[in-house]
Write a protein that binds this ligand. Sequence first.
Ligand code: GAL
Length: 768
Amino acid sequence: MKQNLNFQWSFLEGYSPLYLKEFPIGASKVDLPHTVKEVPLNYFSEASYQGLYCYEKYFDMENDLPVNFLVFEGAMLKIHVYLNGEDLGEHVSGFMPVKLDISKCLKKKKNRLLVVLDSREDPNVPPFGKVVDYLTFGGIYRPVYIESHAESYLKDILIEANSDGTLRIKPKIVGKEKPHYALYDAYHLVENFDENEHKVASPITPWDNSDKPKLYRLLVTVGKETSEFLVGFRDVEWKKDGFFLNGKPLKLRGLNRHQTFAYVGAALPASAQREDARILKKELGCNVVRTSHYGDDESFLDECDKLGLLVINEVPGWQYVGKNKEWRDNFFDLTKRLVLKERNHPSLIAYGLRIDESEDDEELNKGANKIQKELDPTRKSLGVRNFKESKCYDDIYAYNDFSCSSLEHGLDEPSSWKGAVGLPKLVTEHNGHMFPTKSFDPTDRRLEHALRHLRVMDDAYKYDDLCGAIGWCAFDYNTHKEFGSDDHICYHGVSSIHRNPKLAGYAYASQGERDVFQVSRLLQVGDVDECLLSNVYCFTNADYVDFYLGNEKIGRFYPDKEEFPHLPHPPIKIDDFIGDRFNEKLSPKDAERIKKALNLAATKGFSRMSAKEKFPVALVALKNHLSFNAFVAMYNKYIQNWGQRSAVYEFVAYRGGEEMARKKIGASTEFHYELRSMHEHLKNEATYDVSRIKIFKVDEYGTQMPYTSDVLTFETEGPIEVIGPKSVALQGGEHAVYVRSLPTSKESVATLTVKGVSGVAKIKLVVE
Ligand code: GAL
């Protein structure tokens, strides 16, 4: 039985021994997940949230069961816990749960729980010891609850389920009772059984990476108690010739995720965690996520199970390996806790057991593998390194390949990874710091960012023996002053810190199966040096796109298989702005020559065209007695130029013979704000709930306006609150706020109003 303890805590900054007895008047009231300090978007010091803080909670017990555990799912970094004056000791949490037996000091009524939280970076606890490229923030940032049991209960379990219906269950039971199992398909009983190794007789639908993979419910009854586990039947194989799910090869295509958000660090409840998994799978089209570089929130992993998003986890760390015993003992302890926490998630396909990008350390690496294999022999391990000669004590060779520095190069040949001979190979990071890109950077940089990610993906598909590639990273993140841009943000995400996709985000999305169509630029000549048009890329999984200027069709364009021969969906490059509209008295051959030259002049600039490229113009001019001015006149007739009456371009994309998307792009004259919510119904349940509201400034064609920095103010009515500042400036034409539910006695309607220079937008939410 579970009793949640997430609402109405008292919170104080600092610590005094007096607080152990009583909190002074004036402590603030907070709910969990909680951050000790709300920080600005950027330009803040990590020192601002590091220190000692106290939390107090009074509660009555809701049951009389004899065995009780107090569980903190995650508190950064250490907690010293007192219950009814009893000292329950100091414990390292960080990214791992802390579970304390409180049976002896619990009262029926008016229990006083006091937690002294230490959020300072401790050099003896991984990931600390040196500098780290991410922030850990501080707070009881994941849920807290009491787990109660009868005398006999299920303490722990390891469930292995294979696609042929075999179940191997290792239960750990307190007391003399034997477990009884019941497997359900939703609410329909599949089979009852008592043995720990069991083959399900009825046909099983395997769990896979489709959007709605099959999860069965396994009910485990021990004495009077029944616990439920979601089970996915699947086979995961890592081979030297690739990755296989249920016997079928699957190229892993994914992104790394840091768990932090703007303003509140990692302190957002289940719905925000679940939304991140959804963004990765459904919006960005990934089939795998690496939870770099630590253990993630349970609700994030639960959602990965539900969405069929494969997961590679990792022990907490970052480049540094401590040599002293305390650090190493903590490392082994955290490794054990990571495995115990995550081993029953069907989505977990491998453990990351080496400190990310660390030196080779045989004792540490072998030790971590030994712990993992003892606790979960069903899975393979990998270790992420950044040098090719690194020795491997894991099952899979993972390498961060940052060699992509231009459009000529994606990945190094995996056969050049000297330490990886005979092992399965996976690229666990690429791009990232090699090409940081802000959502408000100039178009060309945002485009190149997207193309670089595609170039790597193309190579990942090319190398048959490579299991796949995972890019750095999904979302921009706040970091220590030693990293990131001047404002201490690593703009390495394919999405902004607010989780809105950059062009690179659309490049990922377009490799998936959801319909995607995104044009790389606004087609304003004034936006490009020398008033050129520059090449336009469409990130899409369409089969082709018809391109129009006004009502006149320019032509039909197809995926660029020349530049990206291996991608499932190469982008469609538009490099012809004249096409079928060309109507001059020239032979078809000469017309093609002139069209080609005009397009080159429009995208590259006439002065940069080589002699070979210019020669056909001279040839046609001579042959047809045309002056250079005639060529200029044609340019002005067919190509949009500086100060010409602006035109509206239109793209119509087709897939499977049907229209998939239609998009107009033209000079804008009307602007408004558009709000889109992640969900409209917020529920105060185990914790408060949040909804992410995306905010865009768009024009009359629905195009995001990337250069706006309008100041927006937020007003709320009803039981909701905006998390973070109540007034922000748009960046790159976008923002997103998390709105949290406040406790309410009845179902109520709430409204968020957003006001700015281009008007007012509202969104209604229901809170219960
Ligand atoms: C890697 C590291 C990541 C991140 C990334 C930036 O070296 O593993 O955590 O710092 O670089 O590109």
